[in-house]
Design a protein around this ligand. Structure first.
Ligand code: MG
Ligand code: MG
Length: 292
C-alpha cells in the first residue's frame, strides 16, 4: 500500500535517480548510446560532466536548494528562494543552465526576484526543480499550487510555456501522490496541457529522440516515456536512452514515475548507487515538505 509519504519520497528519489542515470548520456544521440551501452540502464557516472557514479547535477541540487528555502520559511516565498538559488550558484555547481545563470546574476545586481516575461526563456530549468514546491502545497487549492510554481520559476524563467509545463507537472505530482493512476494524469493533465498549448502535443507512435532543453521537447519525451511504459524502471530506461537533455528528462520522468508507482517500484540497484548524502537529503526533504 503506497501512502502519500511513500509516493512523495519516491518522487524525490526518482528525480535524483533519473538525473544520475541520465547525466551519463546527456547530449548523446540514441545511436551513440546504443553503440556504447546497447541499453543504458546502469548508474555509472561519466558523461560530458565526468561525474562520479551516483552523482547528481543541477536538476537535483537546485530542487534541494528550493526545498531547503521552503522548509526554512514554511512556504514558497520569492526572496528566500532567490537567496537559496544564489547561494547554490556561489557553491559552484557541477552544471548550470544559461537562463538560470542570467536570472541569478540579475537577482544579485538588482535584488529583483522576478524576471521580465521573455518569449525565449522556454527552457526546462524551472520545471526540473519544481518538486519541492509541489510537495509543499499538496493539500492546497490548485491556484495556490500554481502560484508557488510561478514564484520559484520566475526567479529565472518567466515564460508562458515554462509556466504551463511547470504547473502541470506539479499538479500531476500532487494527484499521483494522492493516489491517481497514470491514466488520470493523462486525461486530467497531459491532454489538457496539449489542448491549451499545442507545442505539448505528443503521439505515442512517434518516439521523440534527442529531446532538447526546450520545455516542450522535454515534456513530450517525458510524457511518451511515462504513458508508453508500465513501471518505474522501464519509464526511466525509455527516456534516458533517447539522449539529448537526458539528465533532465530522466529527472522529470523519475519524479512522475516515482509518484505514480511508489517507493517499492524503484530498483534497489539504483537506490544503492545513488550518492548517499543526496539520497538522505531527498528522503528527509520529502518527509518534511509533505508535513508542511
Ligand atoms: Mg543537469
Ligand atoms: Mg540537463
Amino acid at each position: 500500500m503506497n501512502t502519500a509519504h511513500d509516493r512523495a519520497t519516491a518522487a524525490y528519489l526518482g528525480l535524483a535517480i533519473g538525473d544520475a542515470l541520465g547525466a551519463t548520456v546527456e547530449f548523446m544521440t540514441p545511436r551513440e548510446i546504443a553503440a556504447q551501452y546497447k541499453v543504458h540502464d546502469t548508474i555509472r557516472g561519466g558523461g560530458w560532466l565526468n561525474l562520479r557514479s551516483g552523482q547528481v547535477t543541477d536538476d537535483t541540487t537546485m530542487a534541494l536548494a528550493l526545498g531547503s528555502a521552503i522548509l526554512a520559511h514554511g512556504r514558497v516565498a520569492a526572496q528566500p528562494v532567490a537567496e537559496a538559488f544564489d547561494a547554490w550558484m556561489r557553491a559552484k555547481p557541477v552544471d548550470i543552465g544559461n537562463t538560470v545563470r542570467r536570472g541569478l546574476l540579475r537577482f544579485r545586481e538588482t535584488g529583483q526576484t522576478e524576471m521580465p516575461e521573455n518569449e525565449h526563456d522556454a527552457g526546462n530549468g524551472a520545471a526540473m526543480r519544481v518538486l519541492p514546491a509541489a510537495l509543499a502545497t499538496l493539500s492546497q487549492p490548485e491556484e495556490v499550487v500554481r502560484l508557488a510554481c510561478r514564484t520559484q520559476a520566475h526567479i529565472t524563467h518567466n515564460n508562458p510555456l515554462s509556466d504551463a509545463a511547470t504547473e502541470c507537472l506539479a499538479l500531476m505530482v500532487r494527484d499521483a501522490v494522492g493516489g491517481a493512476d497514470k491514466y488520470r494524469l493523462l486525461h486530467e493533465h497531459a491532454h489538457p496541457l496539449a489542448g491549451l498549448h499545442p507545442a505539448f502535443t505528443f503521439r505515442a507512435v512517434r518516439q521523440q529522440a534527442n529531446p532538447s532543453g526546450y520545455i516542450a521537447d522535454t515534456v513530450v519525451a517525458v510524457f511518451q516515456a511515462l504513458f508508453d511504459t508500465d513501471d518505474f524502471e522501464s519509464c526511466l530506461i525509455d527516456v534516458v536512452n533517447r539522449g539529448g537533455d537526458a539528465d533532465t528528462t530522466g529527472a522529470i520522468a523519475g519524479m512522475l514515475a516515482g509518484a505514480v508507482y511508489g517507493r517499492a517500484a524503484i530498483p534497489e540497484r539504483w537506490l544503492a548507487a545513488l550518492d548517499p548524502t543526496i539520497r538522505s537529503a531527498c528522503e528527509a526533504q520529502a518527509q518534511a515538505l509533505v508535513r508542511l
